[in-house]
Every structure is written in C-alpha cells, then in structure tokens.
Ligand binder design. Structure first.
Ligand code: SF4
Length: 342
C-alpha cells in the first residue's frame, strides 16, 4: 500500500495515533561491506563508536516480546541483513510471532543466511537490491555463486506463486550487465512485470550523509532549498517517523535515513514499544510540527505544509514500483533502459 504523508493537523496530533506504526526496521549488524556510494557507511562507522555491533538472537526475541503494536518486521535498517548468521532463526521467531516480514537484500553476507532466505519465500516483499552499471555498489562481489543465488531467489518466489512479492531495486539508470541479462530473461517471458521494479535515479542524501553519487543527481538537488522556509506545520513526506530502526543494543533511532544516530530513543529489550513510543512522541511532537526537529532539519523529506504540492510532483513517482525516475520516461521505458533493451 502506498504510504500517505501526514497532514499538518495529523502531524500535530501524531502522538495520539499509536496504530500509525508501519514497520519496525531491524539492523542486524552495524556496518556493511557492500558500502554503496549512496549509503553513508563512513558516517555510520564514526557514529557507532562503542555501541553494540551485532543483534543477538535472544535480544531480538526480547524485542519481539515487547512489540505490543501491530506492524511489519522489515529486515533492512543500516546494513545488509544477511550479515547475521542468526537471521534465519530471527525470521522464524518473527513468523511464530505472526508478523508480516519484508526484506531488502544485496545477497551478500553469511552463506547459510542467504541460502535460507532464498529457499524460504516467506516475505510479503522480497527486495533484491541489485548493482547498477556505474559500480556504485562497490563492495559487492559478483561471481558465479552470486549470479546463481539471484536466479534461485527469483525462481523460489516464482514456484511458490508469489513472484509479485519480488521487487527488483536499482539505484541508477541501468543494471549491471551480468545482472540485467537475468532480469531481462524473466521480464521478456512476462514473469516479472513493471510492478516488480523500483528504479531510483535520484537517491536521498540520507540526512546530508551523502554529498555525491557517480552518475546520479540527489533528490535534494532537484528540490532545492524549499524546506528551509519557515512554516506553521512541517511533516516527513516519507512517513519515516512511523518506521523506526532497532539497533543491536535495543535502542531505536528515528529513521533509516539518519546514519548519525541523532534521534535515538528508548530500549525495546527492556520496555514495551507502546510506552517508549508514547514518551518519545510527547517529547518531539512540538519541535517536529514546528520544523525544528533534529535531524529532520537537515533532511530534504522534511517539508513545510505549504510546499507539499511541489514535493508531490516528485513523490507521485514514488509508488511502490518506481521512484524518482527521469520524468520524461514512462515506467516501462525506464525498465527497458535499466535492462539494456532500449
Ligand atoms: S530525517 Fe527525514 S526521513 Fe527521517 S523522519 Fe526526519 S524528515 Fe523523515
């Protein structure tokens, strides 16, 4: 379902709506060797300091026990989820807890975890974050095993009747050649359709953590400084306040765009989520609505209410299927360009 931005009035009453939580994002390991150019891992390395590095299985189960709100579990956060060898057991625990699950993976990390997520097509959304033609996923090793895993992942969801749950995601105009051949095969057979794609040619700055990406404009370059204008009501157009990130030490951070950990609150290993959320919303609601919440003040998605229409022009492209692509191209044309057909 497409996310709706909060209206200013809703923003002001955000604390009243605890049912608003969409997803809890999970970071299984702090630090990611894939080191994409549009992901500020160097900032993360400085930020994390002595913070606990790996999410332990027992701690994750404690967090699940305290998650007293209906929401999905999203395996993404600040790094590749398969870096954890405990990922399969954690996903089984989330299943036992009757949670819908979403994963975004580069198919990099612990071999057993990669095998498990490929062979168990349980996710409501299985995002394959694939390499672009400019090599912006610079730490990704593309060998025969990687290529084989990519095919197996698509086949696994195909055989389970859930191919609609696969999303091919690329940051850039084109997929890397070795990968685009595989995607092209499934697309030309009609097994993957435009609804399976998310093509992003304009990444977010991730709260000013990213300054430049080879071959791409950033969202903030398109939108300019509109979000610096004062207003009586601001809101997060990404609805990210409703999607906090669990860190390996149990604390939550405001959203997955903030690699500087400037919005840390609570501890889900110790307290119920509803209590943590209520206290946090009470703490931030006026600064959020009035446009002075840190780190949102540095974020292009923090928008004064009267500038929403300008933002919406871009956000219309931010359907579940495609984001920020060249406005002159249709979705289908963007896909054909990405898989080297046009
Ligand atoms: S930092 Fe940006 S994306 Fe995150 S909650 Fe604030 S406005 Fe939304």
């Amino acid at each position: 379902m497409r996310k709706q931005a909060l209206r200013a009035s809703e923003a002001l009453s955000v604390g009243a709506s605890m049912a608003d939580l969409d997803e809890l994002e999970i970071t299984t390991v702090l630090g990611c060797p894939v080191d994409c150019n549009y992901c500020p891992q160097s900032q993360l390395r400085q930020t994390k300091g002595n913070r606990k590095n790996r999410l332990e299985l027992g701690d994750f189960r404690k967090a699940l026990g305290n998650l007293d709100i209906d929401c999905r579990i999203s395996w993404t956060g600040y790094s590749e989820p398969c870096l954890s060898q405990d990922l399969p057991e954690m996903m089984i625990s989330a299943m036992d807890n009757r949670r819908d699950q979403v994963i975004s993976t580069t198919l990099n990390g612990n071999k057993d975890s990669i095998d498990w997520i490929i062979r168990n097509p349980i996710c409501k959304l299985f995002v394959l974050h694939l390499p672009d033609g400019q090599n912006n996923m610079k730490g990704l090793k593309i060998d025969s095993s990687y290529i084989n895993n990519l095919k197996l992942a698509i086949e696994s969801y195909l055989k389970s009747g859930n191919i609609g749950r696969i999303r091919i995601m690329v940051f850039g105009n084109k997929l890397r050649a070795e990968v685009s051949d595989i995607v092209k095969y499934y697309y030309q057979k009609g097994l993957l359709t435009p609804r399976n794609f998310k093509i992003s040619t304009e990444p977010s700055s991730r709260v000013d953590g990213v300054q430049h990406v080879q071959g791409m404009k950033l969202v903030k370059d398109s939108l300019g400084n509109y979000n610096k204008v004062s207003s009586m009501g601001y809101l997060c157009t990404k609805r990210k306040l409703n999607q906090p990130v669990l860190l390996p030490d149990g604390s939550l951070n405001i959203c997955s765009f903030d690699y500087g950990f400037r919005g840390i609150y609570g501890n889900l290993f110790k307290d119920k989520y509803s209590k943590i959320r209520k206290e946090w919303i009470h703490h931030i609601k006026s600064t959020y609505s009035l446009g002075s919440l840190n780190p949102c003040t540095k974020c292009e998605h923090y928008v004064p209410y009267e500038y929403l229409s300008k933002y919406t022009k871009y956000q219309e492209k931010d359907s579940p299927y495609v984001a920020w692509f060249d406005t002159k191209l249709t979705l289908e044309e963007s896909i054909l360009r990405a898989i080297n057909i046009s």
